[in-house]
Design a binder for this molecule. Sequence first.
Ligand code: NAP
Length: 250
Amino acid sequence: MGESLKDRVALVTGAVGGIGQAISMVLAQEGASVGLNYLVEPDEYAQEFLKEFTEHGYNGRLYKADVSRYQDTTHMIEKVIKDFGKVDILVNNAGITMDKTLKKMAVEQWEKVIAVDLSSVFNCSKALIEHMLDRSYGRIISISSVVGQKGNYGQTNYAAAKAAIIGFTKSLALETAKKGITVNAVAPGFVRTAMTEQMPKDVLQKIVDSVPVGRMAEPWEVARAVLFLADEKSSYMTGQVLSVNGGLYM
Ligand code: NAP
């Protein structure tokens, strides 16, 4: 176990699955205490993950909340601050896809993806920003996507949300640059998680064939980029988008 995040407290949204799980483990490995947010994952599975987490010697607690809803988010963040005393690192990771071409996309599919993938970033950041400003310290890291940078067939909703995260990140970075807070995004390419498992095998294979590295990413490879940005010493890096895409988009 490292000590680069000793005495730091992180909140990771969508922490009980895929990339969020890897991020939580990597931050905890470096000594951070981690608030583990989840929503629809079965409670037993979340408890099992927490058990595994604590068996590794990591310090974490589960927080069930819908981060697409502002009130739920503020309640969760109040609880995290009460339990751990503070939040130093926010990782906006929760996200969903509801793929359809625009012609076939229902209004609900647009609204739901924007709410979960984009409004959650506003909700968590807004609920924590005063706390971070008061303490003159913060690391805000949001998970965007290569799809937000280059677009993708059948993902107007998802691409719009992920591109908007980049604009949000750059703007908030400007607002907080002199206050000890850094705000950055990580833009993964295609990562082996439940999200990509839903994709048709032939579509996925075509994408993998076009990745210069020749394979999908593993969740821990994205988590490494988050860890870098979460470090106190990454203090001169703000308003940036760190791509972890195997060379898919340069
Ligand atoms: P995943 O395994 O499906 O994880 C998504 C997580 O988001 C789940 O743990 C889910 O938790 C959580 N979540 C969904 N709606 C939520 C809500 N309303 N409130 C709280 N949590 C919610 O997918 P993943 O691949 O790890 O994705 C993680 C992030 O990376 C997402 O933002 C995704 O867009 C982004 N990303 C993924 C890829 C990829 O190829 N996989 C590529 C680029 C970017 P519950 O199951 O408990 O609801």
